[in-house]
Design a protein. Structure first.
Length: 215
């Protein structure tokens, strides 16, 4: 196989990002971009983000998860703590998040430290999930080798019977992480590959410096 993609090209011309117009706090710019994308590009799953971790095998690994909340403190998502990503975060909490909103020609890259959120917050979110999603969190030993699809579905049927007419408790191995950012870079595509890049770096508690980077 020898597939040449050298002719794949796209000109980015939809918007601009100027340093003088960027707010002092990157979370305000993140919120602005997030809701602009959500409003004008409804076909995009706006809260889908890539999280990169270092595995116990020494290799980095990316996968897409869903952002469920963001505040001035950071970005929250939920997962199985015993999954491959959960174990990787426990071993090395330094992670990277990225959003690529192709319709808006925008990308955001976030470096930060992940830590578990309070159990009552995980409880509250778990209770808000659809019942099927609650059962799915319990039935799946995420990242473990699976004997067969049938075995998984049979386990789900058994759990449905077990909890019929009952509340489903959050399993202790499932909950939220918050990624507290130390660096956030905003990328806006521009013509001739002269893209706009603004990088925010944390200097102290919630104080940020910002700089324009060469494309």
């Amino acid at each position: 196989m020898n597939t040449d993609l050298g002719n794949y090209r796209k000109s980015y011309e939809k918007n601009e990002l100027l340093l003088e117009n960027a707010p002092e706090n990157p979370m305000e710019l993140f919120q602005k971009w997030f809701f602009e994308v959500d409003k004008f590009f409804p076909e995009i799953e706006t809260n889908a983000m890539t999280i990169s971790t270092y595995g116990q095998d020494g290799f980095p690994k990316n996968r897409v998860v869903l952002l469920k909340k963001f505040t001035y403190e950071g970005f929250i998502f939920y997962t199985n703590y015993n999954s491959e990503k959960g174990k990787a975060i426990k071993n090395n909490p330094n992670v990277c998040l990225s959003f690529f909103w192709h319709g808006a020609e925008r990308q955001i890259i976030i470096k930060g430290k992940a830590k578990k959120i309070a159990e009552n917050l995980s409880d509250g979110y778990f209770e808000s999930r659809p019942r099927g999603s609650q059962l799915g969190a319990i039935v799946s030993n995420q990242s473990d080798i699976l004997e067969s699809r049938d075995a998984l579905e049979q386990k789900l049927v058994a759990l449905e019977k077990k909890y019929e007419g009952k509340e489903i408790p959050r399993p202790s191995f499932w909950g939220g992480f918050i990624v507290e950012p130390v660096e956030i870079e905003f990328w806006q595509g521009r013509p001739n590959r002269l893209h706009d890049r603004i990088r925010y770096s944390l200097t102290s508690d919630y104080d940020w410096s910002k700089n324009r980077l060469s494309p």
